[in-house]
Design a protein around this ligand. Structure first.
Ligand SMILES: Cc1cc2nc3c(=O)[nH]c(=O)nc-3n(C[C@H](O)[C@H](O)[C@H](O)COP(=O)(O)O)c2cc1C
Length: 205
């Protein structure tokens, strides 16, 4: 049974291609194993930017936190609990200005917590969220998997680095790319995404 955490983050909400295909993959992944999907919709319910109450609250003893600190820390604990209790994580990410949306960045800013999701000792950093499969569903107007723009994909490499930093090193990337090049390109990108999703589901079965 695969319980799937579905994190969607397109500023376009349900219309976003990353949202659409991440949702399709998460639902099929859970269905084929008799598991369930836990949605974390960062577009419908955006997280705040992290702020002073969160930073100071994380290191304060729980009993001495102010109400603002307790609220901010509690929000992060909820997100981390969702992550820790999932078997697989599907993340939908639309490219915004060559990187990820602020909605998704805020999620990472909440879940990357020293001593909780990563440790740091004499041997360096060590991820603490291990043994989970991640599917990264990215959408972009340009083509970044190859060609002249490949060096400017600050989305996929950055996301893979953030995930690996907390221990999530098993990452499959599904790209919906080149959608800025007209309707035929959109159809081709969607067909390619469907094929990648089918292959990912077959590998997981
Ligand atoms: C504000 C904004 C910035 C964007 N920046 C880029 C970009 O830097 N490179 C790119 O290839 N596409 C860019 N796009 C196009 C999106 O990546 C594309 O529409 C993608 O499908 C968005 O994901 P979504 O469909 O899940 O919302 C941008 C779109 C918007 C609205």
């Amino acid at each position: 049974m695969t319980n799937v955490l579905l994190v969607t983050s397109s500023p376009r909400g349900a219309e976003g291609l990353s949202t659409r295909f991440a949702t399709e993959l998460a639902k099929k992944l859970a269905a084929q194993s008799g598991g369930a999907v836990t949605p974390r919709d960062l577009s419908a319910k955006p997280l705040p930017h992290i702020a002073s109450a969160y930073i100071s609250g994380r290191t304060a003893p729980p009993e001495s936190r102010t109400p603002e600190q307790a609220e901010a820390v509690g929000r992060a604990e909820t997100l981390i609990h969702e992550l820790q209790t999932a078997d697989a994580i599907v993340i939908g990410s639309g490219m915004i200005n060559f990187s990820l949306s602020t909605q998704l960045k805020a999620w990472f800013d909440h879940i990357i917590w020293p001593g909780v999701t990563f440790a740091f000792d004499a041997s360096g950093p060590r991820g603490l969220v291990t043994g989970k499969k991640v599917y990264l569903v990215t959408a972009s107007g340009g083509v970044f998997s190859e060609g002249a723009y490949a060096p400017f994909d600050f989305q996929t490499a950055y996301l893979a680095h953030l995930l690996g930093f907390i221990g999530l090193t098993d990452v499959d990337v599904i790209r919906i790319e080149g959608t800025a090049y007209g309707p035929d390109a959109v159809n081709a990108a969607i067909a390619a995404a469907e094929a990648q999703i089918g292959a990912a589901l077959a590998r997981a079965a």
